[in-house]
Design a protein around this ligand. Structure first.
Ligand SMILES: [Zn+2]
Length: 216
């Protein structure tokens, strides 16, 4: 049985409003987008969190960003084992087919995935420890980041630091993909790490030389 129902009314009316205004007023631009294909200059890897709105904070239009979102903006290491790797597939397509010039990993404040990892590590979320927990096993990717900072902080400060470690883990894992490393070494691709404070609207960038986050 395929389970699918008609859209809820509020979404139907919102869509119809966009078709009559946003689309109708820019029809030729949309037609050109469709006929010319996509040529995004940047790939963004951000969290699924509904409050993270990367196109808004950069004022980006359709066609500008190739965006992949997952829990806690994590990139797994390169594992060519024949299994299904959704995040790795998007990175492969962005770098080898679209040939993006930038890959931007963006973490954020009050990240539920990172909070889950912290709770699991503190022994407060046994359900995430289960082998069957997709979230728990996905968040295991953050372990190397936790290993770097454990003992230095605890509680909310540790969660804040872990959100930034999630960005660093992803940047490190990106370089384990041979096609990413080759493009970076050929100066055809640059990697960037960001952390976004949702409440303050702030944006920090990761300075790899000083291993710290600085305001943009
Ligand atoms: Zn998040």
């Amino acid at each position: 049985m395929t389970a699918a129902k008609p859209l809820p009314h509020y979404l139907v009316s919102r869509y119809q409003g966009w078709k009559a205004t946003g689309y109708a007023e820019n029809k030729s631009w949309y037609r050109r987008l469709a006929s010319e294909g996509q040529h995004p200059r940047a790939m963004v890897i951000s969290c699924c969190d509904s409050r993270v709105h990367v196109t808004s904070i950069f004022g980006a239009d359709q066609g500008e960003f190739f965006i992949h979102r997952n829990i806690a903006n994590l990139v797994p290491p390169y594992e060519p084992d024949g299994q299904k790797h959704g995040t790795s597939a998007t990175i492969e397509y962005a770098v080898t087919a679209l040939k993006v010039a930038h890959v931007i990993v963006m973490g954020h404040s009050s990240c539920g995935g990172v909070r889950g990892f912290y709770d699991m590590t503190m022994g407060h979320a046994p359900e995430l420890r289960e082998q069957s927990s997709f979230v728990g096993r996905w968040m295991d990717l953050l372990q190397p980041g936790y290993d770097r900072i454990k003992g230095e902080t605890s509680g909310p400060e540790c969660i804040d630091a872990l959100e930034k470690e999630a960005v660093i883990v992803s940047l490190d894992n990106l370089m384990t993909f041979p096609f990413v490393r080759a493009a970076v070494e050929a100066d055809e691709l640059t990697l960037h790490g960001l952390w976004h404070d949702i409440g303050e609207g702030d944006l920090m960038w990761f300075d790899a030389e000083e291993r710290g986050f600085k305001p943009v």
